[in-house]
Design a protein around this ligand. Structure first.
Ligand code: SF4
Length: 337
């Protein structure tokens, strides 16, 4: 199925809200060269995470499917295949936008059955990718969550978050708000190759500083760490030093996993740009999506002292105290968004 001019009737499985959505229109605009927006009206906004998922949060909101940040390693790529779009270039450029997500969320949060459990944003695709500048979905989502007394977290690589900083600070006076930034490399060339649509590392360091200045305890996901490309001792030391210098409160490192069609998309890039590493990658990921246990232990042993040295071991990334009783534990951020 191609999307242009068609109605949305795909069963996406991964995002139940979208499987019950109405297609509105397809949009292309000169400000977003190469991007196609598929605007839909969703019938639900809150996605319940299956209990057996092992994720540390039970509810998510995903306003946009696909992500123009275009990270080669993005674990969300295979979800595009449920829409009969491909997990490579289509994931980067064919974006499904739930234009009514805030209104639907408000309605769902008013239900008597809603227990104000924490809601995570940025766990599937990035809510502050460039499209958010056009659609401005996040302000309505933030207002809805805060007004309903629902704690929430945002994980992003998008410096567009700065636009909503006053609103987020105000929300943090109502409910616990956790903000996390994803940054795992400083090298400009690797950044261009691996995360071509994301703001530059320097801009993300400035974002961390702006969030810290606004009073947020910023958590940084050093994720994913790319084996043999971003895991050098000096590279990680410089990165953790930069994070601490920017005012981050804590940081967690996560090695890259390569699930489903993401593996082929990433390895295609690796073959072109770092062919000498292919054999080592086949050994490392030969048994599946995760790095070998030996590599995971090795990375932990390398990273833990750096987190200690740079004072990034605290994990108290909860924002300003909230006047309402907290209805549950704040979510831990576990993905690399
Ligand atoms: S890893 Fe995050 S920022 Fe990168 S493409 Fe995927 S969702 Fe977007």
């Amino acid at each position: 199925m191609r999307w242009q001019g068609q109605s949305l009737d795909a069963d996406d499985g991964a995002l139940p809200g979208l499987s019950r959505a109405d297609f509105v229109r397809t949009v292309r605009t000169p400000e977003f060269d190469g991007i196609t927006f598929h605007e839909v009206l969703c019938k639900s906004a809150l996605n319940e995470v299956p209990e057996n998922s092992k994720l540390p949060f039970r509810w998510t909101v995903n306003p946009i499917r696909g992500c123009s940040h275009a990270c080669r390693y993005c674990f969300a790529r295979p979800t595009h295949e449920y829409l009969e779009l491909d997990a490579g270039a289509d994931f980067d450029s064919q974006l499904v936008v739930k234009t009514n997500v805030a209104a639907v969320l408000r309605r769902e949060l008013r239900r008597k059955s809603w227990r104000r459990e924490p809601v995570a944003l940025g766990t599937n695709t990035d809510p502050y990718q460039r499209a958010e500048g056009r659609y401005r979905l996040m302000p309505g989502i933030i207002r809805a969550l805060a007004a309903s007394g629902t704690p929430f977290s945002v994980l992003t690589k998008g410096t567009l978050l700065r636009r909503d900083l006053p609103l987020l600070a105000s929300a943090a006076g109502e409910v616990p708000v956790r903000l996390a930034v994803s940054l795992s490399m400083l090298d400009p060339e690797l950044h261009r190759g691996l995360e071509p649509g994301t703001p530059a590392p320097k801009a993300r360091l400035e974002l961390i500083a702006a969030l810290a200045d606004a009073g947020f305890a910023v958590h940084v996901m050093v994720a994913p760490v790319i084996p043999y490309l971003t895991d050098g001792s000096e590279q990680l030391d410089a990165l953790f030093a930069a994070l601490a210098g920017a005012g981050a409160e804590s940081a967690t490192a996560v090695p890259m996993h390569l699930r489903g069609s993401t593996k082929g998309w990433f390895l295609g890039w690796l073959a072109e740009h770092h062919p000498a590493l292919l054999r080592r990658y086949r050994q490392l990921y030969g048994r599946g999506a995760q790095v070998s246990p030996e590599y995971a232990s090795w990375l932990r042993a390398r990273v833990d002292p750096l987190r200690e040295r740079h004072g990034l071991v605290r994990d108290s990334a909860v924002s300003a105290p909230a006047p309402r009783p907290e209805p549950g534990p704040a979510p831990q951020l576990a993905l690399f968004g």
